[in-house]
Structure formats: structure tokens, C-alpha cells
Design a binder for this molecule. Sequence first.
Ligand code: IVH
Length: 711
Amino acid sequence: MTLETNIANSDVGDLTREQADAELARLAELLSKANTDYHTHDAPKLSDAEYDSLKRRNSAIENRFPDLKREDSASEQVGAAVASGFGKIRHDVRMLSLGNAFSEEDVAEFDTSVRKYLGLAADAPLTYTAEPKIDGLSLSLRYEKGILVQAATRGDGTVGENVTANARTVGDIPHKLTDAPDLLEVRGEVYMSHADFDAINTRQEERGGKTFANPRNAAAGSLRQLDAEVTRARPLRFFAYAWGSLSAPLGKTQSASIATLADLGFSINPLTVTCEGPAELVSHYDKIAELRPDLGYDIDGVVYKIDDLELQSRLGFRSTTPRWAIAHKFPAELAWTRLDGIDIQVGRTGALSPVARLSPVTVGGVVVSNATLHNEDYIKGLDSKGQEIRGGKDIRVGDLVQVYRAGDVIPKVADVDISKRSPDAPEFVFPNKCPECGSDAIREPGDAVRRCSGGIICPAQAVEKLKHFVSRAAFDIDGMGAKQVEQFYTDGWIAEPADIFTLQTRYGNGIQQLKNREGWGEKSANALFAAIEDKRKIPLARLIFGLGIRHVGEASANMIALHYGTWKALAQAMEDARSQEGPAWDDLLAIDGMGAVMAGSLVSAFAQKAECASIMRLVAELDVQEAVRADTSGSPVAGKTVVFTGTLEKMTRAEAKARAERLGAKVSGSVSAKTNLLIAGPGAGSKAKKAADLGIEMLDEDGWLALIEGI
Ligand code: IVH
């Protein structure tokens, strides 16, 4: 018997706290090594039985001492993350992306919207910073008492990968800081220079290895190496441009904070300046665009940020982007190639999307062989309003087409050269039957998209819905990706989301059956069922997003969840709002970002018999968690419904609403018996009267600010 199984067999009940803590650390290490040996190196050193008994012991100790459970515990790590060999790290402060501007008008609009939000006049001074947008991958470095203790990739913004060992090999990343705040999270971009990229690709070619498509892929591939020694051999660099958690501020402004980071020893981009308004921003953009070919590394735009950190914090965030910054992107890159074919893909909501199959061509350093053609009108040379685009030229198979890509977006077909078209090339006929299930593909008046009418009988829709359901932002079921969904669907194991949760019971000894299938073993089968069990308990927002209802994205799902709080309340509201009128409907429309189209789509999903039944079967399998607002502890308005009326003098309506929502309040547009608080500015009229009649607490703006001060 091995040492590992010896440990596993002794009694958990005898352990002291200290022993348990030490053993959990050892088990985390052993199991993580076993996982890497198994998943990554395909070279397991433990038998299945040994592995299982270690894992059971780990869980037994965790059950006895739940507060000792480690972040890197094996019970937290199933499937993908472990398969890729990196532990997960939850970011204290989310790592966000940036909104984009593509023109000078967009930049002016950004400036206007910031001023409007802050209530600043068009000519009031407002300072920005402008700096290159580095085309690499973002990294968050955590320093505790000046020591680099952790490095994490962005991941999905909330949870990233632990790449600490690899980050330590990057020359620009200091291991130790002097005079730094006790806690300092520095954020920036890891990138590779053109010269290093060329050298690596030459070396790879000589060895017959795979080459990288561009420096960003090379940087990402190098940072995400399981063996840190491989990373060390790849010359990566790092520019710091932001921060996460801090125990003390770095400065009062963005520019001063960045200067502090430079003093601490970080590399700061030398083209970072402050500007006084859109005209100066654009002129710095032009300067950077001119310098771009000679910088020696890839950049894809210029980032503008409000300099004053107090204004930044007033502006806050939308769901995934800050209101106080924007990326002004460089124009897209173009190339001409042959259109070899047009395929029709059927999406989750039944939309038929034409995809261009192209003779491969390099666009901005990336080989492109597929591009979107949007919809049938686009192929005909018409926009969504029926107006001509491209001078009305249609697109036919065999044509020479212009492809462009901007950043990470899917490449698009922009133009066509009809002078090279063969005279007998037939016009493209868009199908009016679903290519997957043969149902009629219908185009509703006013809709640019033709949709398969097959609903859940259409295998393409069902599979896409399932893929969406298990995806990261939805149920995030480890070990169940697109490939597995297709496999299970094809074999009739799952047809709808609820089936995932009954998989194990329906197949009695599910593990036995699963492990005999190609690509599965006992461990992966166990891990899958454990991952599924793990997701029975699901936050309301993830459930709503996971349902894959048309128009309901991740951000909207969050807002809906926060608005209704519980599944029960949501389901009841959907029933009450069915007629698309009345108080429940109005209440739905009052959700921030909710329009009639999304609301209609949401309500109809619940009104449709088959779809609703499928949702109910799913929910019966789940333990749906109430939606709770972040950071509202101690907030006097958490869970309260507040209404603003009259003129606000210290902030704009949008700012007041966003701030109240951040504090956990629900902001409503109308006064009802459910209203807890009315904030009335000068000129308040009928709402104030109604609130007084209903005996609702009322405050003026100063009273409101005093109430929420310091939170
Ligand atoms: S600021 C809250 N500054 O661009 C936003 N981002 O498209 C903090 N990036 O995820 C980001 N250069 O990876 C900022 N000078 C720069 C940047 C930059 C590159 C990346 C970053 C971010 C992405 C957003």
C-alpha cells in the first residue's frame, strides 16, 4: 500500500485542527499533481482507487472543518481548469474590458456622455489621460507587503488562472517592491515585441514546431505554459496601466497613480500623456498612429481615461465596462480573397446565419478562412432598412471579396469586386427551409433575420441552447463543453437542460456507462457528475442567462435577477405580465436597460407551453439562489425601493440611479405602495403628493446624500 492510501485510510475524527490544516495543504498538492499527471501529461502515477480515496479523504476533512477549505482544494477543481493545469483565482476587483470608439465622433460622444453623467458644462475643464492600447493579455499582480504573491490572468473577468510561477519569469515584473502599500494589485498587459516574436517563430520553424499567428497569441501561449521554464525562455514584457485592490491610494489622479507605479519599478508606457479634451485626445491618437509602425510591439488603439479618480469613481461601471474610459481603436485591417462557398448556420434562437467560406488569407497577421455575411439582405447588397450598401452589389459564390477584422471580432466580408465575376455566376438563393431540420425558415416583417420555426424540434437549436446552457457565463459545467454536448445529444442522452441533471440517475450506474465511452474514464466520468451536482445550486442570474432566451444577455440577466430576487417572484411576474400590459409589465419595463423587445421575448418564453414546461422541468432539478447585491452590507437602502423625482442639483438622474442601485436599492420610476423612499428635488409634483398620501418617507437631495454618505 502506498503512502497516499495510508493517509487516506486513517480516521478523520481523530484529527486536530492543525493536523487537518496541514493535511489539506498536502492533499491539495498531491491531488493537483495527480490531476496534472493525468489530464495534462496523460501519465497517471496513482491508480484510480488511490486517487478516489485521497479525494474522499479531502472531502471528509473539509466537511469536518469547512472553514479550512482551501482555494486550491481538489473539490473545487474539476474538469477544464485542472485539465489545463492552472488553479483558479477569483479577482477581488473584477477585471473589465473597455468600450470602443471608432471615429472622432465617437470620441466626442464619449466626452459628452461623461459630462452629461457628471452634470458638467460643455466648456468645464475635464482632464483625460491617453495611452497606447497594448495588444497582449492582461494580468493582475498581487503584492502583499511588497512581495509578489500571486499573478492571475483575466479569465472571464471574475475568475482567472493562477500563473504566478510564470509571471515571476517576466523581466519587467518586479518580485519585490519597496515603499509599496501593504496590499497592491497592479494590472497591466503582458506582450511580446516584434523582434522576439520573429525570433521565436524562426526557432519553432527550425524545430518543426507550431508557429504563432501573431505576437499576442505568442504572448498568451507563452504565459500559459504549464512549465514555467518554458515561459522563462520566451521573452515576455509587461506594461502597468491600472490597479485592483489597494490598501492605500496610489494618487489622486490616474496620471499620478501611474507615476507612482513607475517609481515602484514598473514599466509604464512612455506615450502616456494627459489631455484637456476630445481635440487633444484625437491629436495624441494621430501621433501614436504615426509612431505605430516603429514601436516594435503591437498596439490596437489608444485608451482614454478620466484623470481625476474621484470622478472615475462617481462615473463607475456599466456591467462590463467602465464609464470613465474608452478605447479608440485603429481602423480595421483588410485583405482580398476568393469566396469559396456560403454555409448557413442555425443558432440557438433559430437564426439562419450565412457564413463565408474563404480561400485562406492573412488579415493583420491572422489567417482567416471564415467570415460572417450577417444576413440575407447583406448578401443582396441591402442594409436593415432596405437601403443599398456597397452600391447595391450582391455577393455570389466565386466572387473576389474584401475581408476585414478589427480586434478580436469575427472577420466580416466588407466589399466585393464584381469586375472579376464570371458572367454565369448564379445569384445566391437564401434558403427558406431550415438546413438542419427542414422546418420553414420564416422572416417576420421588420426582422433582418430569417429563423427556423422548428423550435426545440430543430436539432441545431436544441444543441446550441444546450451549449449555451453549459457555457462559462451560464451554468459553467466543467467537463461539459460543446463537444460533449454534441456527443450526448446525438446519442439521445440529453435533449434539454433538465436532462443534464437527471443524467446520472437515468443511467442508473451512469459512471459505469459513461466511462466505457470513448474519451471517458472513471475519473473524468466522476468529475463530470460531481461538476453537474455542484451546479444544482445556481445563482438566479446564471439560470436566467442560461435559459438562452433571445435578447437576454448576461448583463440583462443580472439586472432581471436583482430586480426580482427569487425564482418564485420572477416566475410569478412572468405570468402576471403575460398580456404585456398592466402593473407587472410596467414593472418589468422599469428595469434598467429593459426595452419592450427584450421584455416581450422574456414573457413569451414563459408563455410558450413547450418552452415553459422545459424551463419548469429544469427548475425542479435546481436549488436556485436568491440574487443578492454586492457590497451592500451596512447600506441603509439595501432592498428598498426608491423613487427620484423633481430636479436633482448635485448629480444627474443617471448617476443618482446608478449609485442607489450600487447600494442595493431598487430604483423605480413610479410611486406605489411598494415604494420605501421618495427623494424629491425642486419642482416635484404628483409623485411627491402621492407619496405623501401613502405616508411614504420623503427626503430632499441633501437628506439623501447624508443618508448614503460614506458608504
Ligand atoms: S485600462 C477598467 N489600459 O484592453 C479597464 N487596458 O479592451 C482597465 N489594454 O482588458 C483597462 N492596453 O487587457 C487599459 N493602456 C491600457 C490597455 C488596456 C491594453 C487591454 C486590457 C483590457 C482590454 C480592454
